[in-house]
Design a protein around this ligand. Structure first.
Ligand code: AMP
Length: 503
């Protein structure tokens, strides 16, 4: 049944659908595509955000366990260590075929466990100290790092070594890693071709070739590079494609470069955003930061990502948060690769609980416990909304996403509602903050159970006007360690306290 996105129109009058030209220009620059050429520069290019609405989480379902998939005891031990108890659908389906050496065309999106689905068979099939045997191609360096981490985590007992090959980083170090005897290379197409051209990445021993997020690689202009790579691999090898969507072009590619591929689709009926509590708040541009601050103090997120459309906004928001004693890291196109990696690492390890990001960060960002997503700016491309909120509620967990909507952005909100086929609730009018430069602890209004909550910040009680249900899910302890992550001793409240002590 089709729902009419009525509240969107109600809440934010759709006077000016599009964002200002300057904003569009700047946002475009933030995710600017680069021309595909077989040089390292391609991999250094800013990745383009091309979101897929399907990229959301799927909960684990009961069924055969990892021990029934024909896996080596070393891998089973690594899975236990990683706290991977139950295989996800794509893992259950893909692993047995891949272990038989069959070519596979798997439709699965981020958040379904797709990385482990192809990494596990690789780890079982690749032989120790037998030279480079597996190549995994991914669209971005961030994803390359994550795939590499998966391979290392799950393959630690196998003694296999991996090398990374992506642009924007020292090619010399990557060449040395490969020469040192890496059995698996994970890389972006541009740098892989570059290193191959320099004879530093030989294809002759390849027995397994995986293309992860094929649709994105095609979207961002790696079409020619992919074909060149696949054409150049002359050895007899297994090919695995994993893609959120399987277009005609991908099918054609599979037909050309695969032998009777097994098609696996676990995405079909799993478009679910149920685990994400979503809503919006109408806010004037000048009040956005105060609203954010109030929200942060009230919701005390375990890990939050604040998405901004432009680099300049991300920088400003990060600075203002720090000025207001909320530690955060930022990640956007202006930062050097090294700084971005450091920021990601700090956030991934939950050393810093707030990440301010442009859409660049929403690609391949894989942190299980992102509890809150704040769309500080409503995304200009509606598909980006789904991609952003897909950073929370991963692997069946719950999450919370709020979008700040300016009164002239009703059209964008309606478009989002149409895309997700659901009406987003408006969170309390009272959320609009008082127009002061910096929110101060206002004299507490008489609380009513439904619309007010009392929270403690820096040892002081404060009343906030937020729906209570909004605060409830995150007042509980989040079980980080169930996924082997470092349990977080502090939350934002305690961070405020520790900051205050330092001052
Ligand atoms: P992916 O779809 O590969 O991006 O995986 C999403 C997240 O789920 C990653 O953090 C994985 O480490 C995690 N994951 C993958 N498979 C499992 C599993 N079987 N059990 C628990 N977590 C998993």
């Amino acid at each position: 049944m089709e729902k009419k996105p009525a509240t969107a129109a109600k809440a934010a009058s759709a006077k000016k659908p599009a964002a200002p030209k300057a904003a569009r220009k700047s946002a475009a620059a933030d995710t600017k595509p680069q021309k595909a050429t077989a040089v390292a520069a391609i991999a250094e290019a800013e990745p383009v955000l091309l979101a897929h609405p399907e990229e959301l989480v799927t909960p684990l379902k009961p069924g055969p366990g990892f021990d029934q998939l024909g896996l080596h005891p070393d891998i089973l031990a690594a899975l236990r260590d990683a706290k991977f108890e139950t295989p996800s659908d794509i893992q259950r389906e893909l692993i047995p075929h891949a272990l038989k050496g069959q070519d596979c065309l798997g439709q699965a999106r981020t958040g379904t466990g797709k990385t482990a689905a192809f990494a596990i068979p690789l780890l079982q099939l690749v032989k120790h100290r037998a030279g480079l045997q597996a190549l995994v191609l991914v669209p971005t360096r961030e994803l390359a790092v994550q795939v590499d981490q998966h391979v290392r985590m799950l393959g630690k007992q196998r003694g296999l070594s991996t090398a990374l090959a992506y642009g924007g980083a020292n090619a010399g170090a990557q060449i040395r890693q490969i020469a040192d005897g890496a059995e698996i290379v994970v890389g972006t197409p541009g740098r892989v071709l570059d290193l191959h051209g320099r004879r530093a990445l030989p294809f002759d021993g390849l027995k397994h070739v995986v293309l992860d997020e094929v649709d994105r690689m095609l979207d961002i202009g790696f079409r020619d590079d992919i074909r060149r790579i696949l054409r150049s691999i002359k050895s007899k090898h297994q090919t695995i494609f994993v893609s959120a969507t399987i277009s005609d072009e991908i099918r054609k590619l599979a037909k050309t470069y695969m032998h009777e591929p097994v098609e696996i689709n676990v995405s079909a009926d799993e478009l679910t955003v149920d685990k994400i509590e979503q809503g919006y708040v109408t806010v004037e541009r000048r009040d956005k930061f105060d609203t954010l601050l109030k929200f942060m103090r009230a919701a005390k997120p375990t890990l939050a990502i604040v998405f901004c459309n432009m680099k300049v906004t991300a920088r400003k928001v990060a600075k203002l948060l720090k000025d207001n004693r909320i530690e955060c890291v930022e990640i956007h196109g202006d930062l050097m690769q090294r700084k971005r990696e450091r920021a990601m690492e700090q956030f991934r390890k939950a050393h810093v609980q707030v990440l301010v990001a442009t859409d660049l960060a929403s690609r391949g960002l894989d942190v299980l416990e992102v509890s809150h997503i704040v769309n500080y700016d409503i995304p200009e491309d509606t598909a980006v909304y789904v991609h952003r909120i897909g950073r929370t509620a991963r692997m069946g967990k719950s999450g919370y996403a709020v979008t700040f909507v300016q009164p002239d952005e009703g059209k964008q909100l309606t478009d989002i509602e149409n895309l997700i086929n659901r009406v987003l609730p408006q969170f309390e009018d009272s959320w609009a903050p008082p127009r002061v430069a910096r929110p101060v602890a206002a004299p507490p209004p008489a609380p009513t159970p439904e619309s007010h909550a009392e929270i403690t910040i820096a040892g002081e009680k404060e009343h906030v006007q937020l729906p209570k249900r909004l605060l409830e899910p995150y007042q509980r302890d989040v079980v980080l360690d169930s996924y082997g992550l470092v349990p977080l001793a502090r939350n934002l409240g305690s961070r405020f306290r520790s900051n205050r002590r330092r001052r």
